[in-house]
Design a protein around this ligand. Structure first.
Ligand SMILES: Nc1ncnc2c1ncn2[C@@H]1O[C@H](COP(=O)(O)OP(=O)(O)OP(=O)(O)O)[C@@H](O)[C@H]1O
Length: 253
């Protein structure tokens, strides 16, 4: 579904990514791990169109998406959540999801001015879908709560609902459980499982090793901008290079 081909990214003289290759298969949960500064965020920014790579291509199915804008990438079926919460804090939970859903709506000027029946039908469909998504992530009853007034764990769930509103084929979750307590991360793990059962393909960047190892079908490990290992969680846990550069350092929490 997603193919990262020979991607390099240079910032001046600094080589943040060096010839990275990665394939994410339809329906899988792929983990992307690596120590701080290994290039995970840079790779995500390349995949989602925030950076144009110095070299290489990113493809979604048959389409080349590298070099396109984040909006165009979202329209091609790839949506992300952010490491730091990136919600519209002065909007309600429902409004946050509705706003994201609008990228798929084709509203022409005359129907907006004349408030046609078709437009009203479209609007009511968007609101229904947004309510459904809030329920799916466990936020039913919170529709009218301001995003900023939700507890931290629920704000992260709202981010996921908002990403889902763009109907992505591939959902990219950037450190979804960062800052969550154990109970919240267990709930987030259940949600990610539920997403997979619903046919979503997921690329997950996360430092929380137990979360990653229990959820992912396969993992890609980056170190100093290069892929040093790929495989199922058990292979990665037993890979000596990985143990030395990453799990060993962090004690595999
Ligand atoms: N916009 C930028 N300009 C210059 N250097 C950058 C930029 N973004 C990232 N880098 C550098 O690229 C390298 C990879 O950083 P990156 O943030 O991608 O790593 P990471 O694996 O996501 O780290 P973390 O786990 O701490 O988020 C680092 O040396 C970083 O300083």
């Amino acid at each position: 579904m997603l193919s990262v081909k020979n991607i390099s990214m240079h910032f001046g003289g600094l080589v943040a990514l060096n010839n990275v290759n990665m394939t994410v298969k339809e329906g899988e949960i792929r983990g992307l791990i690596g120590p701080n500064g290994s290039g995970k965020t840079t790779l995500i920014n390349v995949i989602t169109g925030f950076y144009a790579p110095t070299k290489g291509t990113v493809e979604m199915g048959e389409n080349v998406i590298s070099g396109r804008t984040p909006n165009q990438v979202a329209k091609a079926g790839l949506c992300r959540t952010f490491q730091n919460i990136n919600l519209f804090s002065e909007m309600t939970a429902l409004e946050n999801v509705v706003t994201a859903a609008c990228i798929h709506q084709k509203i022409n000027l005359s129907s907006a001015i004349f408030q046609t029946k078709a437009l009203k039908r479209q609007e009511s469909h968007v609101y229904d879908r947004a309510r459904e998504l809030l329920k799916f992530v466990g936020l039913d009853g919170k529709e009218n709560t301001m995003a900023t007034n939700l507890p931290y764990g629920q704000q992260r769930l709202l981010e996921i609902a908002r990403a889902l509103a763009t109907e992505p084929k591939l959902l990219l979750l950037d450190e979804p459980v960062a800052g969550m307590n154990e109970q919240e991360s267990a709930e987030a793990a259940e949600l990610v499982q539920k997403l997979r059962e619903n046919g979503k393909t997921i690329l997950l960047i996360e430092h929380h090793m137990r979360f990653v190892m229990s959820l992912c079908d396969s993992l890609t490990v980056l170190n100093s901008g290069a892929v040093i290992a790929e495989g199922v969680p058990e292979e990665i846990q037993n890979n000596e290079d990985v143990i030395n550069i990453y799990l060993g350092k962090r004690g595999g929490k």
